[in-house]
Design a protein around this ligand. Structure first.
Ligand code: ADP
Ligand code: MG
Length: 357
């Protein structure tokens, strides 16, 4: 276990800047999640930490030691790739032992290997699978064994590249919850890469949102959820995505769309009259009714429903509000359907303001 300091890392492939001036200080024992879409530079960031690519600029310090030009073999970093392959002809137990038999960890005695394996299989809940072959495992079990192969190696830093990405949604959610409950990676310095915001929010001590090689915001899940720094971060978190409306600052309010709608400006927001801003409201933060019953609500927007789609337990409403189409995610207990009038209310504290552009 160790701290991990990345300072101004840059990595280019020809004309593509895969990682762009990336800095973050990760604490000893921290579980740090990098969240970003495909192509954002997540894998390249991990490879830069592991030493599998030569960075064009910046430095990597592990436990305070400059590792920037050190061979991967000597960095004491365990990295798992997206494929998470197992040896098909080896049992689970043999699969877990093999990382302890090769490379610099080859010096483990049989007793030490057994102890590491026991520890990891207990944390991941796979003790009962030790004698099986990979073909005798479910997808979720295979994934856990693959993760075990990474965690079994004692390392200063663990790097996990989308470990749950090729599981179906249901299994992914189950594994996510299990990993969290097991505390499988508590007290290990881990960088966990994903494009799944739910995984990031559930697992991360902190999250860094990566866009085109740059970390655009770093914070705890609550900080990112409550105060996204820009519209990219805002739309990266939550499904359906946050509604965004263009507006112009007037006296104490932002006028939206054609000016019929307005939202009060919170105290301390550094804007002045005439500024163009974007106003964000999450679909899940609206309360929808057929008419306005509660006049004490902070913000109420009247419109009519153009589309109502049932998504399992919820109903997703598309509501036309003064020419703008807003999405609301509702429980469906409002009696509002396609063609009905609707009033969407939202707490003032759930309205987000961003710079335009
Ligand atoms: P992510 O893991 O977030 O999907 P990557 O780190 O794999 O992103 O890629 C970031 C960018 O760098 C992409 O544009 C990708 O095409 C490019 N890239 C990654 N590896 C290479 C490589 N070995 N050669 C050329 N371009 C690469
Ligand atoms: Mg990748």
């Amino acid at each position: 276990m160790a701290t991990l300091d990345l300072s101004q890392i840059t990595k280019r492939f020809g004309k593509v800047t895969a990682v762009d001036d990336l800095s973050v200080a990760i604490e000893n024992g921290e579980f740090f999640v990098i969240l970003g879409p495909s192509g954002a530079g997540k894998t390249t960031t991990l490879k830069s930490i592991a030493g599998l690519v030569d960075v064009d600029g910046g430095s990597v310090h592990i436990g305070g030691v400059d590792m920037t030009r050190v061979e991967p073999y000597h960095r004491n970093v365990a990295m798992a790739f997206e494929s998470y392959a197992l040896y098909p002809q080896k049992t689970v137990s043999e699969n877990l032992a093999s990382p302890l038999k090769s490379g610099r960890t080859g010096k483990y005695s049989e007793a030490e290997r057994a102890e590491r394996i026991d520890q990891v299989t207990t944390t991941l809940g796979i003790n009962h699978l030790l004698k099986r072959f990979p073909r005798e495992l479910s997808n979720g079990q295979r994934q856990r064994v693959a993760l075990g192969r990474v965690l079994v190696r004692p390392a200063d830093v663990y790097l996990l590249d989308e470990p749950l990405s090729h599981l179906d949604a249901k299994l992914r959610a189950a594994m996510r919850a299990e990993l969290k409950q097991l505390g499988a990676m508590s007290n290990t310095t881990t960088v966990y890469v994903t494009h799944d915001y739910q995984e990031a929010l559930a697992l991360g001590d902190r999250i860094g949102v990566l866009r085109e090689g740059r970390l655009v915001q770093i914070g705890t899940p609550a900080e990112l959820w409550n105060r996204p720094a820009d519209t990219f971060v805002a739309r990266s978190l939550g499904q359906p995505e946050m509604n965004l409306l263009d507006g112009v600052v007037d006296d104490g309010v932002v006028r939206l769309g054609d000016g019929e709608l307005e939202v009060a400006i919170p105290d301390g927001l550094p804007v002045s009259r005439g500024d163009r801003v974007r106003v964000g409201m999450r679909p899940c933060d609206f309360h929808v009714r057929g008419s306005q019953v509660d006049t004490s609500v902070d913000v109420a927007l009247s419109g009519h429903v153009v589309l109502a789609e049932r998504l399992g337990r919820n109903i997703e409403l598309t509501v036309d509000v003064a020419g703008e189409q807003l999405i609301a995610l509702t429980t469906g207990r409002h009696g509002v359907g396609e063609g009905s009038d609707a009033v969407m209310s939202i707490a003032r504290s759930d309205v987000h303001f961003f710079a335009a552009g």
